[in-house]
Each structure stands twice: as structure tokens, then as C-alpha cells.
Design a protein around this ligand. Structure first.
Ligand code: HEC
Length: 203
């Protein structure tokens, strides 16, 4: 349901912008006759599209759990630009018509950019969720070796240890003897997955 409304919203925004781009172009280049014809011919479609644009937009706003400042800017920009555009075209004011169009485009452009940034941030988080093996090789291999048998600095042979998972987690968190504590360096989940990996080193 929400994706359908989102798609209708996007489509109506694109159509709305198309109509306004054409109208602005005609106004800016003094094609008054063509503008009058276009405005008349597209009166009904424009009304329908504007209605869909606003109705779906308002519906989508009500569905957002937490409204961010950027979104408020977008909403304000859209709500200012529409009456500005209508007024601008009525008065055949080129500056007003053009700037209202730019305002809408900027509002949607910014919103898209912030979405992209967010998905990039998400990507970074997922790539930092390394597998237990990678974490082991980066953090534990220097002393325990890839197979767990290195015993550097008196490190325990992890292929022979009989220690259970919970005690291992404690040791990794707090450290022991020459082994440095990993609490704070690795997240809770990372410690769990690295310890789970050490289970596979057992013979
Ligand atoms: C600086 C070297 C060093 C690093 C790095 C290191 N360890 Fe150790 N580890 C040791 C030493 C030394 C001991 C033995 C401590 C003792 O008993 O005094 C040990 C003990 C252990 C034990 C206890 C085993 C037992 O049976 O007593 C576990 C489990 C363990 N390490 C897991 C890990 C894991 C998992 C990592 C990576 C997150 C890791 N270690 C990183 C040096 C290291």
C-alpha cells in the first residue's frame, strides 16, 4: 500500500514538474499563445496531477515516524512554491514562475541526496560487520595463529582449549595475562562472532 502511494507520488511529482518546466519555458521565451493553449489544454490533467501530488504527499508525511529537519525544509519549500508558481503564471511574472520551479526541483533534489547519503552510511555499517573469521585473523592471529596453535607470548593453543564459549567471551572482553582486553575495541556482537569462530579451530 505505502509503496503504491509512494510510486503515485513520485509519478505525479514528475508529471507536475514536466508541466511546469514546459510552462516556464514558454513563459520565459515569450511564447504567450502557446502558453495559453498549453495551460488551457492541460487544465484538467494539471488539476488531477496537482491533487495527487499533494494528497499522496500529505499521506506520506503522516506515515513518517520521525520528521527530520531536512524533510521539513522540503515540505515548506513545496508548499511555498506551489502558490508562488500559480501566482507567477497568473501574473506572467517570469522571475516568480522560474524561481518557484527551481524551489521544487531543489527540494526534491536535496531529499534524494540525503537519501543517498543515508544508504551510504548503512553500507559502511554493513561492511564493518566483519565475519568471525576475518575478525579472528585481524585481532587474534598475531598471538594465536590462524589455526589457533601459535602460542606466541604464551598464548593458549585454541585448538586444544576446553574452555566453554561463555568463559571465552569473558577472557576476550577482559583480557588475561599477556592477552589484551578487547572490550571497547570490538562490539559485543563482534566478540561473540569471533569466539564462535574459535570453536571451529577445535579438533
Ligand atoms: C597479544 C596476544 C594475544 C592476542 C592478540 C589474543 N590473545 Fe588470546 N591469549 C593470549 C595469551 C597470552 C593467553 C593466555 C593467558 C593466560 O592464561 O594467562 C590467551 C588466552 C586466550 C583464551 C583462553 C583459552 C584457555 O583455554 O585458557 C582464549 C579463549 C583466547 N585467548 C582467545 C582470543 C581471541 C578470540 C582473540 C582475538 C579476539 C585473542 N585471544 C587475542 C594472547 C593473545
Amino acid at each position: 500500500m505505502e509503496t503504491a502511494i509512494r510510486n503515485i507520488h513520485l509519478l505525479s511529482v514528475i508529471l507536475f514538474l514536466l508541466i511546469y518546466i514546459i510552462k516556464t519555458y514558454l513563459l520565459l521565451f515569450n511564447k504567450e499563445e502557446a502558453l495559453a493553449m498549453f495551460t488551457k489544454g492541460f487544465k484538467i490533467p494539471e488539476m488531477i496531477i496537482s491533487f495527487l501530488f499533494l494528497a499522496t504527499g500529505i499521506y506520506l508525511i503522516t506515515q513518517i515516524p520521525e520528521i527530520k529537519s531536512l524533510l521539513i525544509l522540503k515540505i515548506i519549500a513545496v508548499f511555498i512554491s506551489i502558490p508562488l508558481a500559480i501566482f507567477g503564471f497568473k501574473k506572467k511574472n517570469k522571475i516568480l514562475a522560474a524561481s518557484s520551479l527551481l524551489l521544487i526541483i531543489a527540494a526534491y533534489g536535496f531529499a534524494e541526496m540525503s537519501k543517498k547519503q543515508k544508504s551510504k552510511a548503512l553500507e559502511n555499517i554493513t561492511t564493518s560487520v566483519l565475519s568471525g573469521k576475518e575478525l579472528y585473523e585481524a585481532s587474534c592471529s598475531p598471538c594465536h595463529g590462524d589455526d589457533g596453535k601459535l602460542q606466541k607470548l604464551g598464548a593458549t593453543d585454541l585448538s586444544l582449549t576446553t574452555m566453554d564459549i561463555f568463559s571465552k567471551i569473558e577472557i576476550v572482553k577482559k583480557g588475561k595475562g599477556a592477552m589484551t582486553p578487547f572490550e571497547g575495541q570490538l562490539t559485543e556482537d563482534q566478540i561473540k562472532s569471533v569466539v564462535e569462530y574459535t570453536e571451529s579451530l577445535k579438533k
